[in-house]
Design a binder for this molecule. Sequence first.
Ligand SMILES: CC(C)(COP(=O)(O)OP(=O)(O)OC[C@H]1O[C@@H](n2cnc3c(N)ncnc32)[C@H](O)[C@@H]1OP(=O)(O)O)[C@@H](O)C(=O)NCCC(=O)NCCS
Length: 221
Amino acid sequence: MSKEDTSLRFRQFEADDAPVVYSFCLQLIFKQSCWQLRKKTMLNRGWMISAVTASVLLAIGLSWPVTLITSLLCTYLLIWISHTAYSYYLRHNRYQDLCSTAAFVARWCSGGQDRLFVATLEDGTVIASSGIVHQDIDTCELVRVATEESYQRKGVGRALMKYVLRQSTSFGYKTVVLKTSDVQTEAQRLYETSGFSLSKIYTVGRGIMTVYYYKLNLTDH
Ligand SMILES: CC(C)(COP(=O)(O)OP(=O)(O)OC[C@H]1O[C@@H](n2cnc3c(N)ncnc32)[C@H](O)[C@@H]1OP(=O)(O)O)[C@@H](O)C(=O)NCCC(=O)NCCS
């Protein structure tokens, strides 16, 4: 597929699309939680945990090889526990539509003002998603922006974004807002080169995550 490929199709999300679109979105949440924990907290603290564990094991007289392996295992276990807990928190508190495919379908096929769109190949294979959530009469929020990994960097995300922005305009919205994080550098590039401007930067969870808020005025677009 080339960037000029015109074989892409765009349409509203349907219940049958749920397994594939759900998996894109879930992968993103896991990528986010893994990265944030590893990069920002546990990776830095991992050395500390290893050092403390190693000191304790050495103090109680264990040999170096056993100490090394045990302290690395302890570190890995702590990272895994934190990652699992954080992923659970994200799925159950922040992204309730990602609890299950059924919840995902219920959320996006409710016929309300929130809408999810997909990009497909000519044969109907769904390869990207992007949705809008109603905020107020003038504003919607862009959410669930994702392209299936093997189709990334081929112009699909940008083409779907253009379609979704046209849809948002046709629904009468004047402003599109979105939030992303420091993990999603490729998404930030996509938003910035699509006309969005950074409106706020916010750090949450004692530095675990930096959230970037972007805004686009559809009337200028
Ligand atoms: C962000 C994402 C949706 C982009 O989709 P895509 O189909 O690969 O996007 P496109 O090929 O249309 O690229 C559009 C622009 O995004 C930016 N971009 C995309 N991938 C990039 C990468 N790996 N590195 C740097 N910039 C990138 C570029 O500016 C690109 O324009 P260019 O190719 O003219 O330079 C995709 O990378 C993705 O699914 N990422 C994981 C999910 C995610 O982070 N979603 C955002 C949630 S807020």
